[in-house]
Design a protein around this ligand. Sequence first.
Ligand code: PLP
Length: 395
Amino acid sequence: MTINSAMYEYGSKSSIIRELFAYGLERKKIVGEDKVYDFSLGNPSIPAPPQVKEALLGLLEEPAEALHGYSPASGDPQVRQTLAESVNRRFGTHFTADNFYMTVGAAASLNICIQATVCEGDEYITFAPFFPEYAVWVENAGAKLKITPADIKDFQIDFEKFESLITPHTKGMIINSPNNPSGVVYSEETIERLSELLRAKEQEYGTVIYLISDEPYREIVYDGLTVPYVPNYYADTLVCYSYSKSLSLPGERIGYIIVPDEVADSKRVMAAVAGAGRALGFVCAPVLFQRVAALCADVPTDIEAYARNRELLYNGLTEIGYECVRPQGAFYLFVKSPVPDANEFSECAKRHDVLIVPSDSFGCEGYARVSYCVSEQMIVNSLPAFREILEELRK
Ligand code: PLP
């Protein structure tokens, strides 16, 4: 092979989610747009808030050289300061521009944080069910990803199993709350217990253990629930944030990393973040959208439509007889497969033109993810098909 075989593997095997989505597009051409119930992707279905358009229109009046020129590699200092002040107001923190590094979304934020921290022989730990790309990013950084099995009782953390995975080689962990795919929000008790355990392990091993908080769904929570702000609980936290979901801007590729001053040796860590950004080519995130993010820093996320969809789908499916994890945040419903093999469930659903993602690739067998960032009408129309699927599988 004259090319990098690992990269070839990543590039030639598309994810099951992408495969289902591509299948759906083809299938729609045959049976009609409204006859395929595609719940495969996490693409926000509500438009970006009107403030985004207003911000863009205002910015377009500015001199093009400045607007479309490079910013410093870590992002526009004024943008970073504005975002820091917004986060401080909401979470009682004391960040400044120096704690922020602008990125092209959470995917870049995570890649940078992992690359910036990993040394030879290091391990990262995550918690099933988890976003499958973590495995690619950790492996690509030369580290090993260990997976804490899901606690299917409530999808919080199984601390006994988790503790058994921590070793002196543990460089960090990745948590994602609100969670894709379970929709669960880690409680304050979970975050406190996690923080205590990590502090104890840091002391025991004399190491630093980073807690990467992947939080693109931070604003998408229901029933007035609060998502604990992780840096307020654990000092060695690196925040990976994105506007893909909160402002419905996934195609614009904009987000940030926060390295709090409380992180051990934080200046060196921030330098390593900048270095990883440089090595990966993730410098100078799109300037136009850095500016939009700053202008929309305090715009609340409109979750009304997702909240309605959650009720409709959760109630609809449980009434039919499905067992579902009640989502507290994000826009995914994790449905227990009526048969042991979730692939069989997904395949059967596919025959009924319902596209749902089997949970194996999330590191937790026996479930399927149903993304409800779709139209309300599609959910209503799909329910009879969900009923037929259950009847067929129960036969
Ligand atoms: N992390 C999680 C848990 C996600 O669900 C996603 C996208 O769906 C990402 C990271 C990547 O987000 P972004 O589009 O900001 O790169």
